[in-house]
Design a protein around this ligand. Structure first.
Ligand SMILES: [Ca+2]
Ligand SMILES: [Ca+2]
Length: 291
């Protein structure tokens, strides 16, 4: 039996201003991970739902990587690295899944334009001295750090000011605009010296961790329809414009939505188009995006 092919249409929206609101925020007041207070359960991955968010437009949560154990004190969200799995490099931390993750799912018909991440965080003296911010948008590979703190094992060492990262994590770049679907950010840490050292979001007034930006309506969703049909062992993907397109589009596909790695399978196009593919037993997902 054939696994049928699913079509999705990802259209586009653009940021027209610099207005930034709290898209998702977390207040760690009262949170205690190993006691399961403020989190879904006291079990890995210690999911902590946003305490403020653009309700109805996004679903956002913090969680811990599988290579760390939770902080144990109240009024913080953080991790400890077991002595046996300490590492002295970002590559090691990536390989060992030693991170705090912010994941966000953007509802259909909406797009996210980011501006920054701001946080209040710190580490105890024997915790990771190095912490960096990375994102699935750029890939979790060394060299793709957005920002770093080299004194993370200090009071305020993960604040987004002079004591930590130096400034809010800047997400004003083009690659952080017009986002749809699911994406994530991670705080990777390394160079810890004791299994009891804690790297954590700390509790100050109000939100202690915030993603700032704006949610916009997907613009132009009506302009382009993506459809699929099949016959005689072939699948046909059709793009129909209601009106003439004013920008180039491309067709992309992926066999693995979890990876969020898309492959461009068409030349740029601006008019009604149809593509033919041989049907296989594998699922394949398609989208059209501005080129
Ligand atoms: Ca506790
Ligand atoms: Ca707080």
């Amino acid at each position: 039996m054939k696994v049928f092919i699913t079509c999705t249409l990802m259209a586009f929206g653009w940021c027209n201003g610099t207005y930034a609101a709290v898209v998702a925020g977390w207040d760690v007041s009262g949170v205690d991970l190993d006691d399961g207070i403020g989190v879904t359960t006291n079990l890995s991955p210690f999911i902590f739902q946003a305490t403020t968010s653009e309700t109805g437009y996004v679903q956002a949560q913090l969680s811990l990587g599988s290579g760390v154990i939770p902080s144990t004190s109240a009024n913080q969200y953080g991790f400890k690295i077991p002595s046996a799995s300490q590492t002295n490099s970002l590559a090691g931390a990536i390989a060992l899944n030693q991170y705090i993750e912010l994941s966000i799912e953007i509802e259909a018909e909406k797009a996210l334009n980011l501006s920054s991440i701001e946080m209040k965080g710190e580490g105890s003296g024997t915790a990771c001295s190095n912490v960096v911010v990375m994102t699935s948008i750029n890939g979790f590979i060394p060299g793709q750090e957005i920002s770093s703190s080299t004194n993370a094992n200090s009071n305020g060492g993960l604040d987004t000011d002079d004591s930590g990262f130096g400034a809010p994590i800047d997400l004003s770049g083009a690659q952080y605009q017009n986002l749809t679907g699911t994406l994530s950010f991670r705080l990777y840490g390394w160079n810890s010296t004791s299994g009891s050292g804690t790297t954590r979001i700390r509790n100050l007034m109000g939100d202690d961790f915030e993603m700032l930006g704006e949610i916009v309506d997907v613009v132009g969703a009506d302009e382009l329809a993506l459809q699929m049909s099949h016959s005689n062992g072939f699948a046909y993907v059709t793009a129909d414009f209601n009106t003439s397109a004013t920008t180039n589009y491309i067709l992309q596909s992926t066999a693995n939505l979890t990876s969020n790695t898309w492959h461009t399978v068409s030349a740029p196009f601006t008019t009604n188009s149809i593509w033919e593919f041989s049907v296989t037993n594998n699922a394949e997902y398609f989208r059209v995006i501005p080129n």
